[in-house]
Write a protein that binds this ligand. Structure first.
Ligand SMILES: [Zn+2]
Ligand SMILES: [Zn+2]
Length: 367
């Protein structure tokens, strides 16, 4: 099959012929139909997360079940599925604690560039290629854990389903699970990218009274307003925090959700949040960076600083909610789709993402 391989950080992906082995116990071979190009792919490719190489990136995807391994009962060949990039085992400490996105089995597999049993199904001659987040969808086929397959209705286009595989679930869940926005709340969304636009839409659905979009790029204003923002503040303005306080009766927002991965944006999110409010950090910062907040005021602020991964809830449950909202016209996902390209143009898509294009590039496969 054709796959895009990351062999060295900060270099173009190489689209080449890669062998994929059949699915083993409780694994599923999926024909990838659509995959989004997400900022997390870009961070990995730029070496910010120091993943082991070589690997096949791509983690926001949907496709059709091609073949099932032994013991698989959740899906059958022909089923349309969105892939979860954090498939959880259901039996470990964190699964039992109600934090499936922190699953130990998945965590070990992802760190090793492997599937759950610690091995890879991707081969390049005699060498092994790493899986990326148990998905590796910049490829015509993918072998994934059965738990990573979430069946979708026939009327959901694959490009839309792919978005649900990462950006939508991450932004939607950050608002509904981790920020737990209530009707009438004052919300800020810092970083208007693929995740940020979904946080805006979710805040609108949750009944937020004010939804303040914050981004360092003033060109993001129109996309922010189109996705539910009531105000836009330029993060580069020296008085950005004062502007946000002026919009929130001088107090600051009830919840700020940050998705840029830039430590200074995380600090800004902290500063714009009112005492006893919640600061939800989604963005993946480069290895070796720290988040700086004023220590002196922290105890008295009673602020809650919350890390948020994959929406922080139960991704499969949230995906089903999201798809229901989409099918009833209450979540606008189609407008988030930008260019549709073939796998050969993947490096152009990564460049566009780096230049700040918010609309998601979707890689589609012939099918
Ligand atoms: Zn992603
Ligand atoms: Zn687990």
């Amino acid at each position: 099959m054709k796959a895009a391989v990351l062999r060295a950080f900060d270099r173009p992906l190489a689209v080449e012929e890669v062998a994929i082995q059949p699915p083993l116990d409780r694994e599923v071979l999926v024909r990838i139909m659509a995959t989004g190009v997400c900022a997390s792919d870009l961070s990995t490719i730029r070496g910010k997360t120091l993943s082991a190489l070589p690997l096949v990136p791509g983690h926001e995807a949907a496709g059709i079940v091609e073949q099932i391994g032994s013991g698989v009962s959740k899906v059958k060949p022909g089923d349309r599925v969105v892939l979860s990039w954090a498939p959880n085992c259901g039996h470990c400490f964190y699964c039992h604690e109600g934090h499936p996105t922190l699953c130990d089995v998945y965590g070990h597999a992802a760190a090793a560039g492997a599937l759950w049993d610690g091995t890879s199904r991707l081969r390049d001659g005699g060498a092994t290629l790493g899986h990326y987040s148990c998905v590796s969808s910049f490829a015509e086929f993918s072998v994934v854990p059965e738990a990573g397959c979430v069946a979708i209705p026939d009327d959901v286009p694959f490009a839309v389903a792919a978005l649900v595989g990462c950006a939508v679930t991450t932004g939607f869940g950050a608002i509904t699970n981790d920020a737990a926005v209530r009707v009438g709340d004052l919300v800020a969304v810092v970083g208007i990218g693929g995740v940020g636009v979904n946080a805006l839409q979710a805040a609108r659905l949750a009944g937020a009274q004010a939804i303040i979009a914050v981004d360092a790029n003033p060109d993001k204003r129109s996309v922010a307003l189109a996705n539910g923002a009531t105000h836009f503040v330029n993060a580069r303005d020296a008085d950005a925090v004062d502007q946000i306080k002026a919009l929130t009766s001088g107090r600051g927002v009830d919840q700020a959700v940050e998705s840029t991965g830039r430590p200074e944006a995380m600090t800004l999110a902290y500063l714009m949040t009112r005492p006893a409010g919640s600061v939800v950090i989604i963005g993946i910062a480069p290895v070796g960076t720290n988040l700086a907040i004023p220590a002196i005021g922290f105890p008295g602020s009673k602020k809650r600083l919350i890390g948020s991964i994959y929406g922080g809830g139960i991704p499969e449950r949230d995906m089903q909610r999201i798809l229901s909202l989409y099918r009833s016209g209450r979540l606008d996902l189609e407008r988030q789709i930008g260019k549709r390209i073939g796998l050969a143009q993947v490096n152009d898509a990564l460049r566009r993402l780096e230049q700040g294009v918010t609309a998601r590039t979707i890689i589609e496969f012939g099918g």
